[in-house]
Design a protein around this ligand. Structure first.
Ligand code: CP
Length: 307
């Protein structure tokens, strides 16, 4: 069953997990939510390394908080500049060292495939906390968990993924996760920032779910509106990013014909793509969503370490 599948494994892509694995992590997350008010010693003999070679607030701090909640000790780096990579050390050599210092390695890096490379070098389990525009699997698990908590199910919901779908790793991972759970998906991107065709076709072929693609937003049938920012750091031309950013914003007007129980999610950080007035609306669930990062990551860490 799932325990055996997850234990000792790397988590590099959402594709590394089965639906049963994710359901197992959901079950453990419910247990972890109860542990948040206590001090657990489940991992008090473990050291977790968090290596963030690209900026992060939520993922880095929620992994660290998750480890601390479980009694583990945390080491790591918050930037490439604070490590010997500044002197030119390779990622591969860095991981060979950290492998000797920690029981589990959490890594974020700006290059696609970097987490997979780290997992090939390390004997200890590696969790991908975001590699370039590629994958962000722990974000997907917490996104799915939030949908389940707020809506009571994931299957057959109309989930709209809106924003820079070309560059956002959270969206790429989530589309696959929604496929696993049989949601109906509508992809809404500004022109030129659509999700790669190959990524969409893979999910369609594997899970036979309905995926519609459009450049226009109409929320009448939407159950979950999942927005992401324009990923300006992945644009070749920063002026192009700024231009799209200006034109792309969800306002209260867009929500006028929305279902009463619509929820709006966002992996955060949000910049200009959601009008601040929407934060106060009954629809906004993104800060609650970010809060689930801690118990979900507690469940992931504990499961991988076999506890
Ligand atoms: N959602 C997310 O990955 O946020 P951070 O970049 O702050 O970690």
């Amino acid at each position: 069953m799932s325990w055996v599948v997850v234990k000792g494994q790397d988590l590099i892509s959402i594709k590394d997990l089965s639906k049963e694995d994710i359901e197992y992590i959901f079950k453990r997350t419910l247990e972890m939510e109860k542990l948040l008010v206590k001090r657990s010693k489940l991992l008090d003999d473990k050291i977790i390394a968090t290596l963030f070679f690209e900026s992060s607030t939520r993922t880095r701090m929620s992994f660290q908080s998750a480890a601390l909640h479980l009694g583990a000790r945390v080491i790591g780096t918050d930037s490439a500049e604070a490590s010997s990579m500044l002197k030119g050390e390779t990622l591969s050599d860095t991981i060979k060292m950290v492998n000797k210092y920690a029981d589990l390695i959490v890594i974020r890096h700006p290059s696609d495939g970097s987490a997979r490379l780290a997992a090939e070098v390390a004997e200890k389990p590696v969790i991908n906390a975001g590699d370039g525009a590629n994958q962000h699997p722990s974000q997907t698990i917490l996104d799915l968990y939030t949908i389940l908590k707020k809506k009571g199910r994931i299957s057959k919901l109309n989930v709209y993924l809106v924003g820079d779908l070309k560059h956002a790793r959270a969206m790429r991972s989530l589309l696959y996760g929604l496929g696993m759970f049989n949601s109906n998906v509508v992809l809404v991107a500004p022109k030129g920032l659509e999700m790669e065709k190959q990524v969409v076709e893979e999910v369609k072929d594997k899970f036979s779910i309905n995926i519609e693609q459009t450049n226009n937003l109409n929320l009448k049938e939407c159950d979950v509106l999942y927005v992401c920012r324009i990923q300006k750091e992945r644009f070749v031309d920063p002026y192009e990013a700024a231009k799209v950013q200006k034109e792309f914003r969800i306002t209260e007007d867009d929500l006028k014909n929305a279902k009463d129980d619509l929820i709006i999610l966002h992996p955060l950080p949000k910049i200009d793509e959601i009008d601040p007035s929407v934060d106060k609306s009954k629809f906004a669930a993104y800060f609650e969503q970010a809060g689930y990062g801690v118990p979900v990551r507690m469940a992931i860490i504990a499961s991988i370490l076999g506890r």
